[in-house]
Design a binder for this molecule. Sequence first.
Ligand SMILES: Cc1cc2nc3c(=O)[nH]c(=O)nc-3n(C[C@H](O)[C@H](O)[C@H](O)COP(=O)(O)OP(=O)(O)OC[C@H]3O[C@@H](n4cnc5c(N)ncnc54)[C@H](O)[C@@H]3O)c2cc1C
Length: 541
Amino acid sequence: MIYETTITILPEEEKNKTLLESKVLKQLNIKNKKDVNAFVLKKKSIDARKGKIKFHLRYAVYVGENPEQEKFIPKWKNIENKKTVVVVGSGPAGLFAGLQLLESGIKPIIVERGSRTSKRKVDIAKISTTGIVDANSNYCFGEGGAGTFSDGKLFTRSNKRGDISKILSIFNYHGADEKILSDAHPHIGSDKLPKIINNMIDTIINFGGEVYFDKICTDLILEKDEQNNFFAKGIVCVDSKEKNNEQKIFADAVILATGHSATDIYKMLYDVSIKNNLDVSKILEEKTFAVGVRVEHPRTVIDKIQYHGKERTENLGAAEYRLTTQVDERGVYSFCMCPGGLVVPSSSSKEEIVVNGMSPSSRNSKWSNAAIVVEVRPEDAKQILKENKIDNKDNLLSSLNFRTYLEKLTYQNGEGIKAPAQKLVDFLEGRQTKSFPETSYTPGLISSRLDLWFPDFIKTRLQKAFKKFNENMKGFICEDAILIASETRTSTPVRILRDKETLQSPVIQNLFPAGEGSGYSGGIVSSAMDGENIAKKIGES
Ligand SMILES: Cc1cc2nc3c(=O)[nH]c(=O)nc-3n(C[C@H](O)[C@H](O)[C@H](O)COP(=O)(O)OP(=O)(O)OC[C@H]3O[C@@H](n4cnc5c(N)ncnc54)[C@H](O)[C@@H]3O)c2cc1C
């Protein structure tokens, strides 16, 4: 029999194995410990709600059974050459699609515009030291996609979309700590992720898949039948650096897992539809997304608020928070909170500033940060473009054009890659910041009146929301909190449409939009599950 039970303990009791096991046995009324083959921790969550911090631990207790039978066993097969699928992008959606294709013996050919993690690390360091952004090798583009140099939070609410535990097990199989299998809010950390991603790529290659780095997909190879139906037959790509050496890769299907920073891919699809007289409104659709700022506090400030005046102890991780409210009919919320983390320059082309957050596995930096973003609807984007007389011929891409506008506006208010910033108290009072507390943003900050140049509809909502957040988290508004601009890549502003049943584009057969860039997922785990689901669909056909 396998029994499950949850015990509640104090953080300092966590390492006392004998105590934990005796609590579990008592709760299950099992008299003799010898009857138990194994105690397996299934879930650990922290409860800091009522003044006292507690851990809830859910255990599976094996009596007369063996936990081995629950272990993840990979089902990857050597390819049988029956089908080939080009996967554009090696982010979580592309990688997990690749692995899933191997389960059906189908050959994935992954084409990635960015570089391997070893070179990418150098390019990322250069952003801070020289201010130069390599348009194909940066925080967003390269081996493992946007998730590689991230916090590696593996938490998702999309549990209906697929098997989360399989995704976590695959990360664990490739080197992630087994704690991710039981933590309620699992995370890997930016120091560990690159190696894990390298291992996944090795698995794909070892089973017969092909992976090409520094190659950028620039077009689709399409074929038309007599009934005017269009089929994707492969892709056209060029070397990312020289932009030459055009190559065609033919395949039975194309998975487009290019993430939401690939502005050129949305434009390519727009052009493909115009060129082939296809109904573009059946290929792309504008969607609501969110933009705002990153707020950074000293970690101790957030720990003390969340842990009721206490600083974190050895047994407690850096404190997390999640904030959400409605202001004037738009959602305002925290996103991608990085406890003990760093704010990073995640621009993916020149003359734009985009910030994001990441944490090392130990989450032990001196700061905690999060995006605080305001919902932007297509009509808001159109309005702002109109007010600012921005060319917006292709109405379907207004939200994307607005994102670009804000990223460039941020650049104009910064200095090189130094980000425009304002202390939170000054943002609320409408003052120039005279000096900043220490920040984790290594390229540096430029004092800027965000309250003057941020689009009014975002600024006023942010100001109201911060005051509301401070009611729930007293001390959130404080002298040491800094706002760093701009956070624009929380989700895609454009959806690449697909049929609910077949998961293919409704007008281009065998074209499978996947992951965050398609608008059907957000975050590492849900994008990974989306890639898996698409590959399963291809395997079934
Ligand atoms: C700094 C940072 C921290 C983050 N932290 C977290 C976190 O802690 N937890 C979380 O869940 N999410 C986090 N995210 C978001 C997460 O990384 C994304 O949701 C996820 O990576 C999306 O997966 P994807 O495969 O759909 O796309 P991506 O990861 O964006 O991958 C797309 C890939 O396609 C490639 N590509 C694009 N265009 C082309 C082309 N034309 N030809 C060839 N290749 C192309 C890109 O180079 C990229 O590698 C973070 C993101 C960033 C930037």
